[in-house]
Unconditional design. Structure first.
Ligand SMILES: NC(=O)c1ccc[n+]([C@@H]2O[C@H](COP(=O)([O-])OP(=O)(O)OC[C@H]3O[C@@H](n4cnc5c(N)ncnc54)[C@H](OP(=O)(O)O)[C@@H]3O)[C@@H](O)[C@H]2O)c1
Length: 334
């Protein structure tokens, strides 16, 4: 997501633009075209460094230089390996004044999926769950529909639309039989790639998630209807290696993954330090029961000091529910 504004010499807005999508002109190209001659001696504000690779002629850095812009204010350099400072260098060599870092944090947040993918080769991972006020994601019999209210569920569909892929563990498919599609009104709804993590290929062909646009991540070879079966390395206990799955998704240019549970997959993703952000919908219900699961299975940590801390919290009211989101603090020394 990139936006640009050109101010003329007097500081009036002369052009504005944003990148509308793949194959479309970049933001600065749009803003400069709109500004025309008024760009001469003016200032360009942009949240991402102009690129230097020839996606069109001239490339963005050259277009800025040719426009006669005097100063360029850039929020962040582009982590794409084809750029990484080359745009700034090109501008400076052409004696354009360049300031980098204005609202850098906000710019990184805006493009957090892209930044994570370009820096690590892996997608940005959001873990999402709905729980009761007493921290249960299902009753002791496995019933989980619905713990959260309608507004929360609509929000969750928007999250699916925003992410490239949605991922669940095989037990969630067996228990809930979800379709994992983004069901929203209006046009332009994006359907995420659907991923089921299923080491032993236990999924039934009749499961609602099985179809085109579905990947079954497994440790075995086989066929499941129209879904794509992807064989991956196994962990010591014979389960799909989640870091390898993330690498594979990154190679396929899947830059964001929404993990929708269940408890075992959430715990495994977290303990592999693959989760970047958490969305917890909290419904005003009390479920109780020692056997009823919480959002995270696995073994959990032994000591509170080892608990995963969240930062940059946000709390939103959605109908009668609360949505709490935060970023995961990775304990690299664990
Ligand atoms: N309230 C909510 O937001 C919500 C959301 C989703 C689910 N749920 C509830 O959660 C329950 C299901 O959750 P669950 O915890 O039992 O199962 P799950 O997380 O859906 O699936 C776990 C399974 O995934 C497979 N798996 C493959 N690779 C793995 C790996 N590296 N690490 C861990 N697991 C791996 C394992 O089976 P294999 O070894 O056979 O591969 C494992 O048993 C249901 O009751 C469902 O209704 C609630």
């Amino acid at each position: 997501m990139v936006g640009a504004v050109v101010l003329d010499r007097e500081g009036h807005i002369a052009g504005e633009g944003y990148h509308k999508g793949p194959g479309q002109p970049h933001a600065e190209q749009e803003a400069l075209a709109q500004a025309g001659e008024s760009a001469k001696g003016g200032t360009l504000y942009i949240n991402l460094e102009p690129c230097t690779h020839a996606h069109r002629t001239p490339n963005c850095a050259d277009a800025v230089i040719e426009s006669g812009i005097y100063r360029t204010v850039i929020s962040m350099t582009d982590p794409d390996e084809r750029v990484r400072g080359a745009g700034v260098k090109a501008l400076e060599s052409a004696r354009v004044r360049v300031d980098v870092g204005m609202h850098e944090d906000r710019a990184m947040r805006l493009n957090e999926f892209y930044v994570k993918h370009r820096l690590t080769g892996r997608p940005f991972v959001t873990a999402k769950f709905a729980m009761s006020l007493d921290g249960k994601i299902a009753t002791r019999t496995g019933e989980s529909r619905w713990i959260s209210g309608e507004e929360s569920r609509l929000h969750a569909h928007r999250l699916r639309h925003q992410h490239d892929a949605v991922l669940v563990g095989i037990n969630t498919v067996i228990t809930d039989n979800p379709e994992l599609t983004a069901r929203l009104d209006g046009e332009g709804v994006r359907q995420p790639l659907r991923i089921v993590v299923d080491s032993q290929l236990r999924i039934r062909q009749s499961a609602r998630v099985v179809g085109p646009n579905t990947v079954i991540a497994t440790t075995r070879g086989g066929r499941v209807g129209l879904a794509e079966v992807v064989k991956l390395p196994a962990t010591g206990d014979g389960r799909v290696s989640l870091p390898d799955l993330m690498d594979e998704l990154g190679r396929r240019n899947v830059i964001s993954v929404l993990v929708e549970g269940g408890a075992e997959i959430h715990a495994a993703m977290l303990s592999e330090q693959l989760v970047d952000k958490v969305f917890a919908y909290v419904g005003p219900k009390l479920i109780g029961g020692r056997e009823a699961p919480g959002p995270l299975g696995g073994k959990g940590v032994e000591r509170l000091a080892e608990a995963t801390g969240l930062h940059d919290l946000d709390v939103t009211r959605l109908g009668d529910d609360f949505l709490i989101s935060g970023y995961v603090n990775v304990h690299r020394d664990r």
